[in-house]
Design a protein around this ligand. Structure first.
Ligand SMILES: Cc1cc2nc3c(=O)[nH]c(=O)nc-3n(C[C@H](O)[C@H](O)[C@H](O)COP(=O)(O)O)c2cc1C
Ligand code: SF4
Ligand code: SF4
Length: 256
C-alpha cells in the first residue's frame, strides 16, 4: 500500500512507477483527508509493504502528510516493510528523520528511505526548470525510481539513499518550522482576466481551498502545493508579482 501526496504530479508519477513494479495499490492522502476522520485505519495483506511518497516543502514533509500520519493506524505494523520516497528539486535536509519520528509515534518503523531529484515546481521565489532540463531530470528520475522499486521489492532495510544537502539540521529544524508558520499563505493568489472559470483549480486543490464563482477565490487552508498556479490551463493564476514572468510546471508523464 502506497500513500502519496502530490501537487504537480512528480510524486504521483513516482508512486505509480513503484506500484506498477511491485503490483501494489496507491492511496491519495489528500483524498483520504477530505473525509476528516479522527483515525485512518488500514488492514494490510500479509507481506504487504507500506510506502509514503511525497514532495519536499522547505526541507520537510508537507504538513498534510504529517497530519495524516498522526491519525494513521496500521494493526501489526511490525510485520510490514515500511519505506518512504521524497521527490525534490535538490535536497531534503533531515526530512526522513522528521518522518521517522512521526511514524514512530504511531508504532510504525521507517526501514528505508530515498530521495529523487525531479523537476522544480516552486515558482514563487525561484523559477521552474526549462523543458529540456525537466525532461533530463525525468529520464534520470525514472531510472532511479526503477532501481529503488527493486530495493523495495526485495524489502531491503537500512537503505537510506537520500540527498540531505548542507546543514540539514538547520534546513529542517529551523527553516521548515518557519515555512509552516509563515509561508502557508494563499492571500497573494489571484486570477487574471484570462480565467475562463473552468473550475479546474477548485477541483484539484488538495485542501479544497479554492471556490470558483465567476473567478476563483482562495481561502486560508493552503499547503502551498502550487497545484493551482501550475495546472491552470490558461495560465491565469499569479501570486502577487512573484510569478508574472515565471514558468509553470506539471509532470508531463502523468495524466488524471
Ligand atoms: C512550497 C514548496 C517548497 C519546496 N521546497 C523544496 C525544498 O526544500 N527542497 C527541494 O529540493 N525542493 C523543494 N521544492 C520542490 C518540490 O519538492 C519538487 O518539485 C517536487 O518534486 C514536487 O512534487 P509534486 O509534483 O509531487 O508536487 C518545493 C516545492 C514547493 C511547492
Ligand atoms: S483553473 Fe484557471 S481558468 Fe480555470 S477557474 Fe482556475 S484560474 Fe480560472
Ligand atoms: S490553494 Fe493552490 S497552493 Fe494552496 S493548497 Fe490549494 S492548490 Fe495548493
Amino acid at each position: 500500500m502506497i500513500f502519496y501526496f502530490s501537487g504537480t504530479g512528480n510524486s504521483l508519477y513516482a508512486a505509480r512507477l513503484i506500484a506498477e513494479h511491485n503490483n501494489d495499490r496507491i492511496i491519495s492522502i489528500s483524498e483520504e483527508m477530505l473525509q476528516e476522520k479522527d483515525c485512518y485505519e488500514y488492514k494490510l495483506e500479509e507481506e504487504e509493504s507500506i510506502g509514503f511518497v511525497f514532495p519536499i516543502y522547505a526541507w520537510g514533509p508537507p504538513r498534510m502528510v504529517i497530519d495524516f500520519i498522526s491519525r494513521l493506524s496500521v494493526p501489526d505494523a511490525d510485520d510490514h516493510y515500511v519505506y518512504s520516497l521524497a521527490t525534490c528539486a535538490g535536497n531534503i535536509g533531515n526530512t526522513m528523520k522528521a518522518l521517522g519520528k512521526a511514524l514512530d509515534n504511531r508504532g510504525i518503523k521507517l526501514q528505508s528511505a530515498f530521495s529523487v531529484v525531479m523537476p522544480n515546481n516552486y515558482n514563487l521565489l525561484g523559477d521552474v526548470d526549462s523543458r529540456e532540463v525537466a525532461e533530463r531530470k525525468l529520464d534520470l528520475a525514472e531510472e532511479q525510481i526503477r532501481g529503488i522499486s527493486k530495493v523495495i521489492e526485495a524489502k531491503q532495510t537500512g537503505v537510506f539513499r537520500i540527498r540531505k544537502g548542507p546543514v540539514p539540521f538547520i534546513l529542517t529544524g529551523v527553516i521548515n518550522p518557519l515555512f509552516n508558520q509563515h509561508a502557508l499563505d494563499a492571500s497573494r493568489f489571484y486570477a487574471t482576466d484570462a480565467c475562463t472559470a473552468c473550475g479546474l483549480c477548485q477541483d484539484i486543490c488538495p485542501t479544497r481551498n479554492i471556490h470558483v464563482e465567476g473567478k476563483p477565490a482562495w481561502g486560508s487552508n493552503c499547503t502551498q502545493c502550487l497545484a493551482c498556479i501550475n495546472h491552470c490551463p490558461v495560465r491565469a493564476i499569479e501570486y502577487g508579482k512573484y510569478t508574472l514572468k515565471k514558468g509553470r510546471y506539471v509532470n508531463p508523464r502523468v495524466s488524471g
